[in-house]
Design a protein around this ligand. Structure first.
Ligand SMILES: Nc1ncnc2c1ncn2[C@@H]1O[C@H](COP(=O)(O)OP(=O)(O)OP(=O)(O)O)[C@@H](O)[C@H]1O
Ligand SMILES: [Mg+2]
Length: 254
């Protein structure tokens, strides 16, 4: 199992302002599975991802496990991708130096360079290695962030609305690239998005959070076969069934 969340409780704020955001959230993510997390704005999706990334702790009486061990800090083998690529990348460093950042101090320079170029190749940006991020389009910058997350060869990726700021065409290109990368590496993905179609298109399961404090309102299995395609998958009966189910649950939660 990649992640095990059992009766997870999360509190935000301090002292009198402290509030329980998530309560009794239970789900597992198997190795190699692609799971999306959905729910209304403010429901606690980013909070859940931060706990899974080891950036904040759950409430005292609950734990989340990554590969069989309780998470008590950022675990080895796990990478994060955020929505805001402009603030996630260092504008004064080249694309290659941004991608190589998490590898610094972990391997010899020659091995690092080799790894960086191989990862840039995977995301189709080998020819932009010496550019700085501001010279690239939004979609390219988000690819650089993805490459940086993949450079350490993680076993799991946590993504918080990674394609939210991109135009529709760039977004579908990146969705397909992500699916290709995931199929090639067997990596586990937990993906937060506001877009129901995107969640269903990418995922094996869509978990919907709802309620105050929020729990798992639904855990919807997407039965569409892989590899998926933007045209056939989105017209298939399995896709449409999962999409209406997710829609129904989200609009039924307050
Ligand atoms: N550090 C904090 N201090 C106080 N409240 C916080 C803190 N972080 C988050 N919250 C509150 O916790 C709740 C959940 O926030 P979170 O960012 O997890 O929601 P979200 O589901 O990711 O929303 P969105 O879809 O808008 O990104 C919100 O009501 C938010 O105001
Ligand atoms: Mg959020």
């Amino acid at each position: 199992m990649s992640f095990e969340c059992r009766a997870l409780k999360a509190e935000v704020g301090f002292g009198d302002a402290s509030r329980t955001v998530l309560n009794n959230v239970s789900f597992d993510v198997a190795k190699g599975e692609f799971v999306s997390i959905m729910g209304r704005s403010g429901v606690g999706k980013t909070t859940l991802l931060r706990i899974m990334a080891g950036l904040m702790g759950p409430a005292a009486d609950s734990t989340v496990m990554f590969e069989g061990r309780p998470i008590d800090g950022p675990p080895e083998g796990l990478s994060l991708v955020f929505q805001d690529y402009t603030s996630a990348l260092l504008p004064w460093r080249t694309v290659a130096a941004n991608v190589g950042l998490p590898l610094e101090g972990h391997m010899a320079k020659s091995e690092r360079n080799r790894r960086v170029m191989a990862t840039l190749e995977m995301v189709g940006l080998a020819d932009r290695a010496n550019d700085r991020p501001p010279q690239l389009s939004g979609g390219m910058q988000q690819r650089v962030q993805l490459a940086r997350a993949l450079a350490s060869r993680p076993t799991a990726l946590l993504m918080d609305e990674p394609f939210g700021a991109l135009d529709a065409l760039t977004k579908s290109d990146l969705e397909d690239e992500l699916l290709g990368l995931v199929a090639g590496t067997g990596i586990t993905v937990v993906f937060v998005t506001h877009d129901i179609d995107e969640a269903v298109y990418l995922s094996d399961r869509v978990i919907v959070l709802g309620g105050t404090p929020a729990g798992v309102a639904a855990d919807v299995v997407v039965n569409s076969p892989r590899p998926r395609s933007q045209i056939q998958t989105r017209e298939s009966a399995e896709f449409l069934a999962a999409r209406s189910r997710v829609h129904e649950v989200i609009f039924g939660t307050r």
